[in-house]
Each structure stands twice: as structure tokens, then as C-alpha cells.
Design a protein. Structure first.
Length: 169
């Protein structure tokens, strides 16, 4: 039986619940897809300006990026080499992606798609991957770890882990 005296307290708690839902929103598939689309738009704008063709999202590279982003978040590490010893190229092959050339950008701590895209474009090595015109396909993913703790050598937790994989099929 529902007691009417509970309704006011539930209504007072609603803003807190909604705020928490927004905070963890990046972890939902719809928000993650929206973030990938935003990163792609910013990256493609830079590529077109540099004379490259726009990258196309590839479902196999999306899967490889999602797995690696999730693994970094859940298994408490940050790096191109997976905890299982995997390399970026081997993760793409596991998803059935065949390539002639392959690259990967990773980032951690940026809470928005705009922020991660700007940081990659400001970094010489990441920018080189982005502006390598031979690369045609991409997969972009973000994983959010709400209970993240600082990794060894870090003063604060990252919470957000980003991966962008690139391929030349």
C-alpha cells in the first residue's frame, strides 16, 4: 500500500536523482553515441580544413574502442596496451576489422566530447593520427566510472576514459 505521506519526500528527492542521472549520463549508450558524434564532427572539421576526407564511423572500430575504454575504466589503468596484453591493432582484429594502417588516440579525465577533441587536436602525436589522410574509418568511445579512484601517480580520479581508433581498410 502506498502512503501519501511518502509522496512529498519522494518529490523532494527527485532533483537529486535527476542530477545523478545527468552526472552518469555519459555512461548511457545514447549519451555515448552523442559524444562520439560530437567528437567526430570536431575531428572531421579539422581534417577537411587540412585537406583530408572526413572519417566514417565503423561499427567494428566502435566496438574495439568501447571495449578498451570500458576496460581502462573498470580495470583501473590508462594506456594503449590492455591489461590482457592486447595492442590497439589486435583489439580491432578481434572485432573483425582488417586494415592496412591503424592508429589509436586515448585520453582520460575530459568530461565532454568538446574537451577531449580539443585536447587531441592540441597534442602533436594525437593530431598526427587525426590528420593522417590515409586513415578513413574511426571508432570513438567514452566510458564513465562513477566510483573511479586515482591511478598510481595521479592526484585525482579520471572518471572518463576516451578512445578513438583509426583505420585504413
Amino acid at each position: 500500500m502506498f502512503h501519501s505521506t511518502l509522496l512529498p519526500s519522494l518529490l523532494r528527492a527527485l532533483p537529486v536523482v535527476l542530477a545523478l542521472a545527468c552526472l552518469v549520463g555519459a555512461a548511457t549508450p545514447a549519451r555515448a553515441d552523442e559524444a562520439a558524434d560530437t567528437v567526430l564532427a570536431i575531428i572531421n572539421q579539422a581534417r577537411v580544413k587540412a585537406g583530408c576526407s572526413a572519417l566514417k564511423l565503423n561499427s567494428k572500430l566502435m566496438a574495439a574502442a568501447k571495449i578498451h575504454a570500458r576496460n581502462m575504466a573498470e580495470k583501473d589503468f590508462f594506456g594503449h596496451k590492455g591489461k590482457d596484453g592486447s595492442k590497439p591493432s589486435s583489439r580491432a582484429k578481434r572485432q573483425g576489422y582488417s586494415y592496412h594502417m591503424y592508429a589509436e588516440n586515448i585520453a582520460a579525465g575530459q568530461s565532454s566530447a568538446e574537451e577531449v577533441a580539443r585536447s587531441w587536436l592540441a597534442s602533436a602525436g594525437h593530431r598526427k593520427n587525426i590528420l593522417t589522410c590515409r586513415l578513413k574509418d574511426t571508432g570513438i568511445a567514452v566510458a564513465y566510472q562513477s566510483d573511479d579512484e586515482p591511478l598510481d601517480g595521479q592526484s585525482k580520479a579520471f572518471y572518463y576514459y576516451w578512445v578513438q581508433d583509426f583505420g585504413d581498410p
